[in-house]
Design a protein around this ligand. Structure first.
Ligand code: FUC
Length: 855
């Protein structure tokens, strides 16, 4: 380590100081905004700190006056390196034996053998470090306030000591790839502080250019998942081969101050200032999922230096202006009002959540929660970047819960459920990009583990595109490790992006080849049972356990409903995609024939949709996963509009499962109830999702909720529950998966009035809706692709001006709304009557149509 001590000072130009003071005077106005999430005290723990991020650089801001903690992340900083694509050679030989055991109903033997078919665990997402601001204060702070403003994506902390008001403003710019920290005191010379760094990894600290601290180090070469406790060294930094272990460089520099600056490796000291602006940036050597991050890595020093130099050339106002414009380009596309809650606006978020838990009405908290999900996606998932992981972008631990990885048996997909419908389609692309990398390793996995074609992913993945069944070669439970249909689930995202955008080039050149190959794996993975039906074997239903009539408790069986539902969905999507592209007629025929032979959906003795091959009991009837209802959401095999009997069975399943569960489980249930058009039940779960919890740890039993910082509590924090909550609210307002656009399909009584602008539907439609006393008063349809826009409403509509609005009849001719072949379909979605109206509105691309209530 170097130990330099340099000191110098310089003065800010007047213009910059003026900008800072102007900004200060704006604060009181921001304070009453519904979009402000604010507190009267600093964060006591991580779950009270406030997240900011630009998709790549993230920070949790604690807002402590004398010893501020800003915990940092960079999205590509993971442990490990490229995966071993054949980690457990020869295990494919077990497959015939497993199938034989399954068909003679020896589930214990089948599970034992299935467990042998496991590879290595994924690697873990890593923290970058902490920035500490130690400020010399001569008394106790008063008039304390910290806030996160999601309208301009900035965090502010303000307090008064000895008559001086101190303000800290933090934002992370995507256009300039830096975090900007502006610290001010409203009395000349009152700002005295040291900016220091703290690091979870071994690092070297350097002082550069007299006012800049640089931290360099390497992420671990390997980190065990937090639940693996049998290795003497769970975290390993050495890698003699120079392949594993990502290098990183993060740096903080005083951009400008009117005080004195001196620096050594212990920190940068700023004295007698009234303002200081710090810029912080970082880079890693990540060079792609298949490149050694060390010896084949990018030059992280040059990258970080480049970001900083570029940002230094801009004024602070310029950095802020470009940040806000960039952020609002996404954020402002959607507005949601569900009523007002004036009394709640004057409460800090922790008290507001507490009051909400005590049954108070707070519609502005609900719309804020919806928008917070959008804020989190904009802050954690940007085009060209790494997808949002289990904790999005924010993680302080070297061994975070479940490695903060991509858990594909629900969590990763849930992160991206809202992306298209809340008008953030571009932010879906990091996941869509990563699927191609998972497919590269996934092709080796299907070959090496199953002698099959195509690709798949099992229940865990990571930066390196891991696709094998995890479990450390036989130590994991097959109930989670050996679920083999992650490729099918991820493929739904590939097709949905097309359904919303209509981007045929993307479909042809990118999505379709991946979809097709995912289907090839499923074709090879299916086998015939004794009755000639196509089944998967081995098969699990994440992460539940059945109890057979003989009392055998196991997780591995045949043709779980989820497997069948996922494969039905994938085949359907490949059929529709190949039709749209006019390719692969033969394959289409094969898929359509095989679809008909898939093991059928079954209704159990309790009237529920069965989860298992047979009508077995569940070890835990209220298990948090409700995997078999994939067919209801996010799938489209079951809908009250087309398959009412099975929709009733799905409802029964949800009643038996109950309303409990972890954070994401509750979020999923909001989506389910919305798809069943039961707005009041969905709303009940939304209220439960927002239940304030201060709980730490991973105790599932007590159920999930929301931390004071609005992060979802599994517990622990998992971001999926936030995204699933936003998606659930979206599904309550607009659905477009079953042949038409269903407007307010699950509006709860509590949302009697409302206004939403900018929601997206399949086929490229963008909608605004206003409603009063539960009745739509105005609908605006903006068409980007043209075509027949079929609307289902519970209020009769008329056109304002000239449109061809007429009662809907027959099949919807819009290709994005073509109903797939479905043997369970008994009714047509466009049927009017019983307080429901269905209309056809012919649209032209680029035009807007206004419809009004006909009452
Ligand atoms: C699955 C879930 C857990 C948790 C983990 C990340 O294993 O069953 O509840 O969400 O993923």
């Amino acid at each position: 380590m170097m130990n330099l001590r340099n000191s110098f000072s310089y003065f800010l130009n007047r213009k910059t100081v003026g900008g800072g003071l102007l900004w200060l005077t704006l604060l009181p106005a921001i304070a009453q905004k519904p979009s402000a999430i604010w507190y009267r005290q600093p964060a006591r723990n991580w779950n009270e700190a406030l997240p900011v991020g630009n998709g790549r650089l993230g920070a949790m801001v604690f807002g402590r006056p004398a010893d501020e903690l800003i915990q940092l992340n960079e999205s590509s900083l993971w442990s490990g390196g490229p995966v071993d694509r054949n980690p457990n050679p020869g295990v494919a030989k077990y497959l015939p034996e497993i199938r034989e055991a399954l068909f003679r109903e020896d589930y214990n033997e089948a599970a034992k053998l299935t467990q042998k078919m496991q590879g290595l665990y994924t690697e873990a997402y890593q923290p970058l470090g902490d920035l500490l601001l130690k400020q010399a204060l001569t008394g106790q702070p008063t008039e304390y306030r910290r806030e996160l403003n999601i309208e301009n994506a900035s965090a502010t902390t303000r307090f008064r000591v000895d008559g001086v008001t101190y303000t800290r403003e933090i934002f992370v710019s995507a256009p300039d790839q830096v975090m900007v920290l502006r610290l001010t005191a409203d009395k000349k010379g009152a700002l005295n502080m040291t900016a220091a760094t703290r690091n979870p990894h071994p690092v070297t600290k350097l002082v550069m250019g007299r006012d800049e601290l640089v931290v360099r180090g390497k992420a671990p070469a390997h980190a065990d998942p937090n639940y693996v406790d049998y290795n003497p060294k769970p975290v390993i930094y050495d890698d003699p081969a120079g392949c594993r272990g990502m290098r990183f460089d993060w740096r903080v520099k005083v951009r400008s101050t009117d005080g004195m600056v001196s620096a050594d490796t212990a920190g940068i000291r700023i004295q007698n200032a009234s303002e200081a602006v710090l810029l912080l940036t970082a880079a890693t050597s990540f060079n792609g999922f298949d490149k050694c991050p060390d010896r084949e890595g990018r030059d992280e020093k040059q990258l970080a230096d480049g970001y900083l130099k570029k940002a230094l050339a801009k004024s602070v106002d310029g950095l802020r202006r470009d940040h806000v414009a960039d952020y609002q380009r996404y954020f402002n596309r959607v507005k949601l009002t569900l009523g007002t809650s004036p009394s709640a606006l004057n409460l800090p978020m922790d008290e507001r959540l507490q009051r909400y838990a005590e049954e108070a009405a707070d519609p502005e908290l609900e719309s804020l929660y919806f928008q917070f999900g959008r804020y989190l996606l904009i802050s954690s998932s940007r085009p060209g970047g790494v997808p949002a992981n289990l904790q999005g972008l924010w993680n302080p631990m070297v061994r975070p819960p479940w490695s903060s990885n991509y858990t594909t048996n629900i969590n990763t997909e849930m992160n991206y459920w809202p992306a298209e419908m809340v008008n953030l389609s571009e932010l879906h692309t990091p996941l869509l990009d990563w699927i191609q990398y998972m497919a590269v390793t996934g092709r080796e996995t299907t070959k090496n583990f199953y002698n099959a074609r195509g690709w798949t992913v099992h229940h865990n993945s990571d930066l390196w595109g891991t696709s094998n069944p995890v479990g450390d070669k036989g130590k994991g439970s097959p109930s989670w490790a050996n679920w083999a249909v992650g490729g099918a689930w991820l493929s739904q995202h590939l097709f949905d992006h097309y359904q919303f955008t209509g981007d045929k080039k993307y479909l042809r050149d990118y999505a379709y080849p991946l979809l097709k190959d995912a289907a090839l794996f499923c074709l090879d993975w299916l086998v015939e049972d004794k009755q000639g039906r196509l089944v998967t074997a081995p098969s699990t239903s994440p992460e539940n356990v059945f109890v057979t009539d003989q009392g055998v408790k196991q997780s591995v069986s045949v043709a779980t409903t989820m497997d069948m539902g996922l494969i039905w969905d994938l085949f359907t999507n490949v059929i529709q995609a190949s039709e749209q592209l006019g390719v692969d007629a033969e394959l289409r025929k094969e898929l359509s024939e095989k679809k008909k032979k898939l093991f059928p959906l079954q209704v159990g003795k309790n009237g529920n949709l069965q989860e298992w091959y047979k009508d077995w009991q569940d070890e835990d009837p209220q298990h948090r996963h409700v995997s078999h209802l994939y067919v209801l959401h996010p799938g489209r095999e079951i809908s009250p509009l087309t398959t009412p009997k099975l929709a009733d069975a799905a409802r029964k399943t949800l009643e038996i499962r109950g309303d409990g569960g972890t954070g994401w489980s509750k979020s999923w249930k909001i989506n389910f109830w919305a798809r069943l058009h039961d707005g009041n039940h969905a709303y009940k779960l939304l209220r439960e999702l927002l239940k304030l919890t201060g709980m730490e740890g991973t105790d599932y039993a007590k159920g999930g909720g929301t931390y004071p910082n609005l992060f979802c509590a599994h517990p622990p924090f998992q971001i999926d529950g936030n995204f699933g909550g936003t998606s659930g609210m979206g599904e309550m307002l607009l659905q477009s998966h079953d042949g038409l656009l269903n407007l307010l399909p699950a509006r709860p009584d509590a949302w009697a009035i409302g206004e939403v602008k900018g929601l997206k539907a399949r086929g490229g439609y963008e909608l605004d809706m206003d409603w009063q006393s539960g009745k739509l008063t105005r609908v605006v349809v903006r068409s980007t692709l043209g075509g027949n826009c079929r609307l289902r409403v519970t209020t009769p509509l008329k056109s304002s001006g000239k449109t061809g609005l007429k009662t809907a009849t027959g099949n919807n001719p819009n290709p994005f709304y073509e109903l797939p072949e479905n043997q369970y379909q008994t009714t047509s979605p466009e049927t009017s009557g019983n307080g429901v109206w269905a209309y056809d509105l012919p649209t032209e691309a680029g035009k807007e149509y206004i419809l009004l209530s006909a009452n």
